[in-house]
Structure formats: C-alpha cells, structure tokens
Design a binder for this molecule. Sequence first.
Ligand code: 4AZ
Length: 831
Amino acid sequence: MDAARYYNGNRDERLDFITNKEKKPSSRKYGIIIGVLVAVLIIAAVIGILVWFFAFKEKDKPSSRSTRVFSGHMKLAQVKYDEKLEDTSSQEFQDFAEKLQEKLKTLYQTDPLLAKYYTKSVVTAFSEGVMAYYWSQFDIPATDYEIVPEFSEERILDALESGIEQQSRAIQLSDVKITNITASATDWRMARMPTAEECFYRLEAEDVEKMFQSPGYPSGNDPNSRCQWQIRASEENTITVNFLDFNIKDDCANDFVSIFDSLSPDYSQAITKQCGQRPPSNPLAVVSSGNIMLINLITDSSVQKPGFNATYKIIPQTEAKTCGGILSESEGNFTSPLHPKFYPPAVDCTWTIKVPDGSKVRLKFNMFRMKEPGVDVNICHKDYLEIMGKKYCGEMSSLSLTSDTNILEVKFHSDESYTDKGFNAEYTAYDPNNPCPKQFFCNTSICISNALKCDGWNDCGDMSDETDCKCDKHQFRCANGLCKPDLWVCDTVDDCGDRSDEAQCGCEANQWRCANGDCLPQDVICNGKKDCEDGSDESSCENARGVCTIFSFKCANQMCVNKVNAECDRVMDCSDNSDEEHCDCGIRPYKLNRIVGGQDAELGEWPWQVSLHFKTQGHVCGASIISNKWLLSASHCFKYNAEYEDPANWITYSGLQNQLTFNTAQRRRVKRIITHTGYNDITYDYDIALMELMEPLEFSKTVQPICLPASTHIFPPGMSCWVTGWGTVREQGLLAKTLQKASVKMINDTVCQKYLSNSLTTRMLCSGYLSGGIDACQGDSGGPLSCFEESGKWFQAGIVSWGEGCARQNKPGVYTRVTSLRDWIKTYSGV
Ligand code: 4AZ
C-alpha cells in the first residue's frame, strides 16, 4: 500500500512539470524526469519482488496467515457403498466428495468465528462401512492472530456436531446423513488433494508382499516433498508395512514420515512419526488395526537423503491381534503382539503365568518400549503393561519383577493412537526360600554376584546392594548408610549422594573449599578474581569471562570461558564462537535399538571405532576416528618391534562390526604413524599415537569421527562411559568376532593410585569397577573410551592402554588421558 501512494505522488509532480509554458525541457527538467523514472522503476521492482514472494515463495508456507487444518472421518447413513468410491479419479468419487464438502461447509456455519475464517474442506477417501475421510482448512490473517487459540479441536467438533444436529431435523429422506464425526488438529503439510496432485498413491495390500518406495529412492527425493500413500486391504485383515531401508533427515519437525491407522492424517489415530536413519538391526515395521493405513512423507530440508524402501502385505486380524494366554512351563518367553514389529493399535490381552505351587515368578524384560508423546510414565493413561496393579509404559532399560504368589498376570493394552516396539520378556519360576542360589538378591528382584555387595557401586539399580553394609576399615560410612572408600572423602565429589563425604572437610560452614583443599571465605566464589591458587573458585562461573584459570576453556581469541565442558555443547560461549567450531563429531547417525544387556555392539553404534590389522595376523589393536584422515590409537600398539612402526604393515577397517564380514567396512592403508616421543614402555606413560591415512574416509551411517575433549574437559568420577573393541573376552581368552561394548565408570585418581600401587601418571586415568568383572582386555588397546555428554555428543575421554590383567577385582583398566594430550594431538594432526 505504501508503494501505491508513493506512485500517485510522482504522477502529480509529473503533471506539474510538463506544462505548456515550458515546451523546451531544460537540463534540470531532464534530470528530474530521469530521477522520477528511476524511482518508478525501483518501486515497480519492489512491487514485483513482493508479488513474487507472496504469490510463489509463500505459497507453500503460509506465514502471513496462520493455517489451521483439522482432519478426521465421518460415518455416513442412507448411502449405499459403491466400490467405485475407492477410486479417487472416478466420477462417483468426485461427485460424492463434492456433495460432502458442501455439507461440511454448511456445518461450520453454525459457528460464526469458524465460518469467517473457513477456507475449504476436502474429502480424501471413502472406505467400507461408509466412512469418509476429510480435512478442513481455516486461514487466519496476521491481523487476527490473537484468535488462533480459539481454533481448538473441541470447538471444531462442537460446530460439526451441532450442525449435524440441525441438519438432521431438516433432513430429507434421500439426503446423506452424517451419523458420527471426528476431528483432530493436524499438520497443514499433510492436507493433500486426492485427485490432482502428484505424489499421491493408492495401494492394495494382499497376501503376497509388494514393494513401494519414496520418490527418487535411493538417490533422494526433492526437498519440499509432500507424499501420501493410502493402503487398503480386504475386510478382516490388517496391513503391515516393513521399512527395509529408512533414511531421511534427522529433524522430525521438518522431515518425517507419519503413519496413521486411518485414511486421514488424524493424530488421534497416528501409529507413529519417525525421522532419521535406522540401522538394519532396528528396522521399522508397523501394523494397522484394521484394513486401512495412511503413510505421509514430508521433507522440507534441502539435504538429499535416500528416503525409504518398504514392503507391504496383509496379516489376518486374527493373527495380528491374538496375544496372551496361559503360560504354565517353569520358564519361558513372551512378547507384545508381532514384536519386534510395532504392535497394532487397539489390542488388549493378558498372559497368566502359572508356576508350580510354592514357587514364585521372576519376570525380566530384555526390551521394553511403549512410548507415546505427552504421556506421563507415572500414570500411563494410554498404552501400558499392567502387572500386580501397577502400570508400566515409556522406555525402560531394565525391568525385573517378582510375583507374590505362584501366579502372575500381565495385562497388555494398546489404545487407538501411537504404537511402539513393545516388549520382550522372559520368566522363570524360583524358590522363594532361596531366590538367588549363591548370589545376592536385590530388591529389584535381580540376582547379582555376592562380590558386588557393599563394593560402593549401585549394582542392583536401587542401591539395595549398598545398604546395611558393615564398612571395612578402609571405608567411610555415609550418613545414608552407604560405605565408600576412605579416599573418596573430601575429594569434592558427592560420592555418598547426600554430600556427607564432602561435609566436614576441614573448612568452616561459611567457607569455600578450593580443589586443592584450601579454605577461603564463601564470597570468593565467582567474584571475578582468582582466589584459590588453582583458580577453582572461578571454574564454573559463567559470567567470569575475563578470568583465566587452568579450568577455563580458552577461546581462539584468547578469551576465557569459565563453564564446565563449554566446547561443542551447542551453546556459543566464546564471542568468536570458537567453542562451537569443529563440532561435526560424536554423532551416531543410526537410531539404535536400546536392548538391555548384551555385550555385542550394534552396527553403527560406535561409528568411530576402528580395527587395526597387522600384516596377516588380523586384528591386533583398536583406534578411533578423529577426522577423515586421522586415527587416534596407543603408542604401545606400534612398539612391539620395528615392523610394527612401519605404516606399510597395517590396514585399518572403519565401519566394521564383525571380523568375518569386511565387505561393508572402509579399508584404508596408513601413510604415517606418529608415536609420542615421551612413550615409556615400562610405565606406559604417553601411550598415544596418531595414524594418518593414505586416503580419506567417507563419513557414513557407520563411519563417523568422535569429538575430542578440550584439555579442560571434565569427566567426573562415577560417570559411566563405554569401552569398545574386539579384544579378548577374558584374560588369556580369544579375540571377539563381533565388536564388544562395556559400560565402565570413571574412577577417582587417588583411589586408583591406591589400588594400582601409585603407578599412574597424569597422562592416565582409570575406569571400570573395583569389584572387577567388566573391563577392556588384550586387543582392545588403542580403542576409545567414549563418553556421552548432555549436549548430545560423544567425547573420547581415554585410549585403552593397560591394566593388571583384565577385569580383576580392585584392578580397574587404565586409559591414556586424552585431555592431558589434547595439545599434542592438535600439534601433530591439526585436529
Ligand atoms: C592389553 O594387553 C590390555 N584391563 C588392555 C587393557 C587392559 C589390559 C590389557 C585393561 O592390550
């Protein structure tokens, strides 16, 4: 509008200038005319750009208005179902759809607000039982944004229902009658025209498996794709869709697949919404509850991903929904319906486990996932398992239960929206007088080795193995009854969980204890001055920017950030953003199964893990990927004899899971091996090495770099990290064929020194369990100790280096401390 007014003004000026008095234009006049013409051209260009922007660019994404779309289905009476209605291109479909669309429009007239912003309704499908699927669109201009919240599902349903009520009074006998209607808010991008638009498919599921793919698969579909597949089957059947390959961008807001147990994108009947990549070990397979299913693909990002390749077929309802029963063996297994596929919506069943009189039932879930958006896992008001009056839902990494009697009932319920992988459970009968023969019985119902009782670690999951302990003479008794090694007292770490090990540490109540033990007044904390000798009073003060201590993160511009683990935490802390640079690391592209227990790693679970093969000996050491050309490993892997230092004798395999299947791994030769000049083959000090590859790696789902921590990064004692490798599965044992993983805990340096006779240098750290049992071993050397940070990235804390044997009690594994050698890595590799 502004532009139009400006144009009129110019026109008036122009009339002024061309008068009869001044027939011969002066040069000043020419100048003005040219000026006016230029101004008009500029205005025209601006108008043109605005028209283009609103007419084309914004066509797809209505940001100058708010678009609300509701979708649902309606049951119709007084119509005879005709199969031709299933064909959206038939005249019958079009005529009937138009009639219903008109009807919907009149229904919204009962609510003046809805009527005012109503744009259109589209009937997208019909199915047996005379069901029609539709969506309705309302567009609210920017000027009226404050009324957007009024467009609730309740209001839409109210309007539709009162409209139906009014019409039924005035209805003529021959008229179509809507007897039932649903409406739920949906994503406007899923509102598709069933007739004219491309990327709309109708599939008929049958007994034989058939295939379908996203457009352009596997080279990738276009950005801004809106695709829809309507799948139908004959009555009494359900539909199953197995995604053999599923790889779209990992950004569920803009790129996703939504699957519905309906023919409309009605979120009250959504089966699931997925994005990202899935490894072959965790495929997506869904099942409908009836004979219809709708699949939507939305891609907004310009990054091309392969898309999906899937099969579909029918499963008779009787088979898909049959579950439960009486389990009377003394041990056995049972799973949610169709597990590991997603269970179907709307299923209820009960398993009754009956073991011999006098015995009880121990139930253990090897996998449990019944997760739904917006569900409080304390209430589980949607899908759940009910056992002994308690409902379980969400995702659980470990769940074990015992019954009160010899009978245990397990009830499964899935409602009509959102399904998941379900569960996989095993049960055994046990003697209540001796529930864990020769083992300790936790309150969580699991049995653990007696050696784990009172060792300072929470092995039962609920600390029941750490209470009622008689603390030995080397242990401290916490206020909550736990026993902790003496050396953990006053180490600034809350090991007891109630701070009692850090209370009376020599400083007064109103004093601050520096990391080196000095006591200073409380107000030294974060006062912008280094008061403790070691600067620990300023180490976690986000506003103490100018103060640089040994704990500070140093930005490239030499500024200091006093925040714990500031690098790659997705928050820009340095003014030059250097803390968030080079952070394309530590990500697992695959969505993985979270199956509890089990030491075999899944494909793509540790994409930075490398296997180093020496000559014809096969796997000898591990390494980690830190960039596409550099690997990090341990010096001692190359110091056996001169041949081991020769890069020509080594082959590296990245993306490998099993030592018998190399075809999918990336094989690279080595250009250069750099071992640390300080490496000491007696003490294993400076046990670090870099390997430069001849050819760069191609990063993929299974090949990725791990993040290197800044030298100030803190991995606190007690933190759980993972050690991985193909090393021997026990001392003097055989190498593993499949990559193994083990969760280990960071151990306090002082404690570790004590157990390892003071043989640690500052280039070493300990991780593992004092109780033994879990550790790295021969052949794991050079491999990474990977720690997951809250920022969502994996960082390498250590390099497997040495230990006194493997998994022995009080002999935790020793790792090269990556933070202490971070600068060395940077100097020699540039990473
Ligand atoms: C080794 O020989 C080795 N328990 C690696 C790690 C450990 C022991 C031995 C730690 O490569």
